[in-house]
Design a protein around this ligand. Structure first.
Ligand SMILES: O=C(O)c1ccccc1NCC(=O)[C@H](O)[C@H](O)COP(=O)(O)O
Length: 220
């Protein structure tokens, strides 16, 4: 079975990038959302992205971004993927993908069965979907809240494109989340932080290691 890919989201300093690369994560996420404790400016993101080693995919996380912001980011920051984490429509996802020529991952919040059809809809236009916990009503952030959803809702489900599981993952629960959902990609932010916006290198290393432990298959 292929190795589980890990995305560590919300990196804010050079030591975060180093820790993520050293731990063997596949993706590094930079948050462009001013209300977030993980927000980075375009110039700062450029410096962090330039410091990332080959093989670490750099992802820009955007919330309802207009073309002006996307143009500015695309001109300065070397990126491998755009993550749309707001209320972007299916049409907007297709438009962003065509305009910038980068793979687009659309985040979809899940709290109940009623949220599942959106995964298939976005899965038809996006390159990947991020199956995340739905932010509570009135939350300041549309993601990165450290909340999990009921993984049984998506156990055994598949979509038309690759997907990643997110929401409240930690080194303690990521193994169970992988086993229950069958995901081969996981995304974490709060679960590897010592305080909001402050990543912890040891927690990152332990999270990546925990995501890579394959469940023992009993011998017949
Ligand atoms: O992390 C943020 O601050 C953030 C702000 C605005 C939109 C999305 C945001 N994070 C989304 C992520 O990619 C998180 O990794 C994902 O939602 C899981 O977060 P967590 O439950 O904290 O691991």
């Amino acid at each position: 079975m292929s190795e589980v890919n890990v995305k560590i989201c919300g990196l804010t300093c050079a030591s975060d990038v180093e820790a993520v690369a050293k731990a063997g994560a596949r993706y590094a996420g930079f948050v462009f959302f001013p209300k977030s404790p993980r927000h980075v400016s375009v110039q700062h993101a450029r410096e962090l992205a330039l410091a990332a080693p080959v093989g670490l995919a750099k992802v820009a996380l955007l919330v309802n971004a207009d073309d002006a912001l996307l143009d500015e980011i695309m001109e300065s920051v070397p990126l491998d993927m755009l993550q749309l984490h707001g209320r972007e429509s299916v049409e907007r996802v297709a438009e962003v993908r065509a305009r910038y020529g980068l793979p687009v991952m659309k985040a979809v919040g899940v709290a109940s069965e009623a949220d599942l059809p959106a995964l298939a809809e976005y899965g038809r236009v996006a390159d990947q979907i991020l199956v995340d916990a739905k932010a509570p009503k009135g939350a300041a952030l549309p993601g990165g809240n450290g909340l999990a959803f009921d993984w049984r809702l998506i156990a055994g489900r598949r979509w038309p494109c690759p997907w990643m599981l997110a929401g409240g993952l930690t080194e303690e629960n990521v193994g169970a989340a992988i086993a229950m959902t069958g995901t081969r990609q996981v995304d974490v932010s709060s679960g590897v932080e010592s305080a909001p916006g402050v990543k912890d290198a040891d927690m990152i290393a332990r999270f990546v290691a925990a995501a890579r432990i394959e469940p023992a298959i009993p011998k017949l």
